[in-house]
Design a protein around this ligand. Sequence first.
Ligand code: ADP
Length: 614
Amino acid sequence: MSQTATTHEFQAEVRQVLDIVIHSLYTDREIFIRELVSNAADALEKMRLTQLTEKEIHEPQAELKISISSDETAGTITLADSGIGMSREELTQNLGTIAHSGSKAFAAALKNAGKSKDATLIGQFGVGFYSAFMVAEEVKVFTRDWRPGGQSLCWTSTGSGTYSIEEVPEQNRGCRIVIKLKEDARDFAKANTLRRIINQYSNFIAFPLELNAERLNTVEAIWLKPREEISAEQYESFYQFAAKAFDKPSYHLHFQADAPLVINALIFLPSQNQELFGMGQMEPGVALYCKKVLIDPHPPKLLPEWLRFARGVIDSEDLPLNISRESMQDSSLVRKLGEVVTKRLLKFLDKEAQDNPDSYLEFYAKFSRFFKEGIVTDFANRDAIAKLLRFDSSLCEVGKPCSLQDYAKRMPSTQECIYYQTGPSRSAIESGPYLEAFKAKGFEVLFLHEPMDEYVINSLGEFEGKRLLSVNSPEVDLGDLEQGGEALDETTLAQLNEWLKTELGETVEEVRGSKRLLGAPVLAITPEGGLTPQMRQMMRAMKPDEVPQVKVILEINPSHDLVRKLEQTRQTNPQLAALMGAQLLDNALLSAGLLDEPQRMVSRLEKLMANLPT
Ligand code: ADP
């Protein structure tokens, strides 16, 4: 080691990633090429932007390109780029630490992947550089950054705990990464192997790429070509390139428009939801171009935020070429572009969902949260997004959720509102007391299973002019139902209600006879302005100390055997009747998802059982 060399320890997070990379990833090792090429392309892209704003640049004439070469005898691969390079601080910062939760999420995703140990994921977690250590005995990064007067440096590591940085003789601007291959990875130094890998993964790189001085890629803006000239494979590999992904896209929308703006757009929707890996929010992934020139790879305000899972390119001739990323965000032109593309995308998805419902459901199952987020946050597109929502319901087949449009079409003319019930599962809802009256009326009920659904439905408020109403709302009015059986007379019912109200205390705001109970004896309704069960659940998760006492309207079925029995017992054995009443209330709260302390039922049930005839 020369005198200027300094040795540094990797940050713990990096050590963790390196440990996984070196000791447990044996398949898909070839992806390290893609990761390093992609880093080189990023560095070139940053160089291009720097040239637009900075006057003083080291080697301003250097061509922006990537050169790869290999030496089979020595077992080395060299990747050189003329990008921005790295200063000493940047080397330590970028190749010695990981600033975000990337390594944790990567480790978790690998664990989830089980035996398959899917190394191809690595780039998505912002730790792609370290994939070189899958094949390398040693990695050297020679670099000279773009600033005038910068140093030429060499970063070296074997991946085991430490790296060193030393000053070296003058280098070309950019980075030159030299990989000394492990014995079992020497195949990668073969020119044919390298050519195959580069063609497979890096064909769409926007800068010239040479292998042993031979030009490999054709820089092609496929979004500007007519659709008929692009094969399914080309679309797929462009998606994988643009999204740095390995899944197949679920959908692609490729269109050209001339009015109101000239737009060439190629938008992909993935088949894997990266946010499910616990990586936090994705960055927006539809890049903005003007006549093939990249303006911003992740423009934050081009598409609405909920569409951040979309990938691809929007290219418009109408944008001024010199638009800066900052002014871009406030540009009304950019907003307009985004609006046009969003509308087209929503329309396209609606059509796809109708033409190929099964594939849409498969896609929706993974991405529904984004659409629900859209309902809450994207007012301008709310109605169009609502058409894309799917819900389980009392009339649709298990596993085949339906759209609000389907629901609206099935509504009998006597039905005014769209009804929904929240509950963890279909069986939980079906065994509860709420559904039967709606069934008897022939009214469909949507089943909302996700905690956020109620909030989403409340934000939506109505669909095609029809109000969305919860089955446990006090506003539900189903008119008179044929309840059958002998009912308690009105006076007796009024007395029973009043007695119950006194016995049941604080939890009950009102006890009243029900018009919507058939087979069940009682049910609980959330009073006007009260917290619904879902709101309580959310509150319990966030502010457990502030959850208020449950308050419900208890409705009783005057024709039900148990209710008549309760009335008789009240006359002969009020103490036992009080136990029965309390138990009936708890049953209703349980069905409503409002029972906070189920344990209290145990001793009461034991007392009730003790009263059974022997
Ligand atoms: P990511 O590229 O997702 O940030 P990596 O682990 O692949 O994660 O790279 C870490 C960082 O190292 C990059 O963000 C970049 O700043 C720097 N880097 C990597 N390769 C190069 C290169 N060829 N030229 C300049 N900087 C580079």
